[in-house]
Design a binder for this molecule. Structure first.
Ligand code: ADP
Ligand code: MG
Length: 237
């Protein structure tokens, strides 16, 4: 295979941070459970995308990440797959006490797509996932939470409503993802995001994925992430 440097040059990847681990440039290099690799191959994937190659080993090490990559680069599995691996390693929690993984997403449509990927690729890891979004009745969402789930994918507005009703606890969350952070800020979700993050233990791992890197996103990254590895794919500044 290619050396890490050659791989990064070829895919226009820039990685900054202390002691960064080598990327997983092939599925074989991941050491992931064979059923999970089989699911990805059956989906027609032949190798990790560059953002996955970088995100997977860094996230599995437990480090914070900020990843800047354009739409369509495979960011969803970039953060979901490490959450499956970490959940399996830490299988000592009771989902009825609350989720251990929380993904914030700007819209109902995107949140639903993330849940679909979590269900499809999390099956062999026995992951349960539910989705919380506005514009739909709360009843079924609350029932799913009461049954207990490993992963919650939520839009910030609806999650805040449910938090205010005290119908979900985020005290077990150890893996927090802000997906499409730039879009969430554009939509005015910053106050809700900050309220939600206050409910998540400060001893957590935080991953932020964004297509652009303007100063508003840099500021919230500086506030919420601890010594992150920054991964840029392509020519996004
Ligand atoms: P992003 O969040 O960066 O916009 P997505 O996670 O939505 O990208 O992925 C874009 C598409 O690429 C999806 O259809 C997804 O199933 C597919 N995909 C994900 N990982 C791979 C891979 N390793 N190889 C090929 N396609 C992939
Ligand atoms: Mg995405």
């Amino acid at each position: 295979g290619l050396s890490a440097d050659a791989y990064c040059r070829r895919h226009e990847i820039t990685v900054t941070g202390d002691n960064v681990i080598q990327p997983f440039t092939s599925f074989e290099a991941t050491g992931f459970p064979s059923e999970l690799l089989r699911e990805m191959r059956q989906a027609g994937f032949s190798a990790p995308t560059p953002i996955q190659a970088q995100s997977w080993p860094i996230a599995i090490q437990g480090r914070d990440i900020v990843a800047i990559a354009k739409t369509g680069s495979g960011k969803t599995l970039g953060y979901l797959v490490p959450s499956f691996i970490l959940m399996k390693q830490r299988r000592n929690h009771n989902p009825r006490l609350g989720p251990t993984v929380l993904v914030l997403s700007p819209t109902r449509e995107l949140a639903t797509q993330i849940q679909d990927e979590a269900v499809k690729f999390g099956k062999s890891s026995r992951i349960s996932c539910t989705c919380l979004y506005g514009g739909a009745p709360k009843g079924p969402q609350l029932r799913d939470l009461d049954r207990g789930v490993d992963i919650v994918v939520a839009t910030p507005g609806r999650l805040n409503d449910i938090l205010e009703m005290k119908r979900v606890s985020l005290h077990q969350v150890s893996y927090l993802v802000l997906d499409e952070a730039d879009r969430m800020l554009d939509m005015g979700f910053e106050p809700q995001i900050r309220k939600i993050v206050k409910e998540v233990p400060s001893r957590r791992q935080t991953l932020m994925y964004t297509a652009t890197w303007p100063k508003e996103v840099r500021r919230i990254a500086a506030d919420l992430l601890v010594n992150p590895v920054q991964v840029n794919i392509g020519n996004v500044d």
